[in-house]
Ligand binder design. Sequence first.
Ligand SMILES: Nc1ncnc2c1ncn2[C@@H]1O[C@H](COP(=O)(O)OP(=O)(O)OP(=O)(O)O)[C@@H](O)[C@H]1O
Ligand SMILES: [Mg+2]
Length: 502
Amino acid sequence: MLLSIRSLTKRFPGTLALDDVRFDLKAGEVHALLGENGAGKSTLIKCLTGAYRPDGGDITLDGEKISPRSTSEAQELGIGTVYQEVNLLPNLTVAQNLCFGREPRRMGMIQTRAMTRQADAMLEAYGLDIDVTRDLGLYSVAIQQIVAIARAVALSGKVLILDEPTASLDAREVEMLFEVVRGLREKGLGIVFVSHFLDQVFELSDRVTVLRNGRHVVTEDIAELDRVKLIEHMLGHALETEVDDHATPHDDSAPKRPEMLKFRQMGRAGVVHPFDLDVRQGEVVGLAGLLGSGRTESAEFLFGLRSGGTATDTDGDVPLDTPRKAIAAGFGFAPEDRKTDGIVADLSVRENIALALQAARGWARPIPRAEQARLADMYIERLDIRTSDAEKRVGELSGGNQQKVVLARWLAMNPRFLILDEPTRGIDVGAHAEILRLIHELTAEGMALLVISSELDELIAVSDRVIVVRDRRHVAELTGSDIRTDTIVHAIAHRDDIGEVA
Ligand SMILES: Nc1ncnc2c1ncn2[C@@H]1O[C@H](COP(=O)(O)OP(=O)(O)OP(=O)(O)O)[C@@H](O)[C@H]1O
Ligand SMILES: [Mg+2]
């Protein structure tokens, strides 16, 4: 066994994050680590990488007990990690990132040419032929991810840990990353793979370990498991109540709802080709398209984060020059990159949920603490946010639960038009179904939603209308029985046999 974990325990105030957990990793396998939000996956990984000190248990690598005290010590021992947010420096060149801390030097001077050669050689093994003298930040997230892997493998070389590495990649990029991972498996590395995308788990993994509430539930060959069994292990009970029963086929006879908002000529040349959009009360408009196609930028125009275009409602003009005005007009926007735009890690769950509502009311009229607490408790229950209480710092919640807090914050404002960019990314299966159900409840109350999602099944399940964005243009609009995977994929992949809109 390459890596063995026995009786691993990690306590946080009020939480037993890991309780007597065992985990084994063989050389030459991809081992998926699964579990609901807050199950303990990231905590286990942080114990391995020296970011956390476990309270008890043993970690054995290559037959020797280890207890890494820092990520660099873990790296020296052979354990490298790549997180969802690329932990490299975008303003340094690719070569500088790859060689950082071990630059070839002569008399103390960094040898730039030697460094470039070294970096080229490192990337060649991954089939990546890019200019390593350019800034890393100029390349796509997928390429940055692979550079991060190349660095981690070069530094460590025994165990590679991938914590939700694919969350911000599109389908082609995921395939590219998986090729790299398969190559490393062939070379005999042990790879730990954390993901909420079950398709990817089945595609890439050899074995699976499920955690639940900080405990080991099962370890099994992937061939022995089907989807339903796997989900039941994660949830700890049978599935029936969790599956999304709203995915009814779309029919063409649905009655038209009252008009709410009319957007005209939204966009700007070079960002998104100007588009028109009418939104009706209680309607869910889906935005489909590859990453970088202009989906998020479209949303940014609708929310006043970018200017271009006009909006009107039944009362007249809706000024949208700034997000503040958009919020005042009853708009909300839960962005994709919640790490930077979303939560305030040092504030409590209660404060985070009350934040947007407070901003909308104006800081001169503070929301009474009791009302904040009431709101927080309501959304903790409604979204099943796993926290010991509303006063916990958001930074101490698991990644998926932090996302639910961001969602709660916007819902608390009761907007009439809410934009959700990748609302279920990083969220586990149970909460996923819960959020889809919530979307249906909200629209029944008249709220209109614009949902951006890379998961077509999800988009098809929630949308009354799907707009496909390709190369920064809205290229197709699908309604009723035309909302299907094949029609969306065709439009994304540029097949002109479907109705194109200007
Ligand atoms: N620094 C911390 N301080 C306090 N509690 C923490 C801290 N880090 C994690 N926890 C708690 O430990 C538990 C496990 O969290 P962890 O981040 O390991 O979950 P996860 O399985 O990675 O979930 P997700 O899928 O949402 O990322 C959660 O209850 C979380 O609130
Ligand atoms: Mg996590």
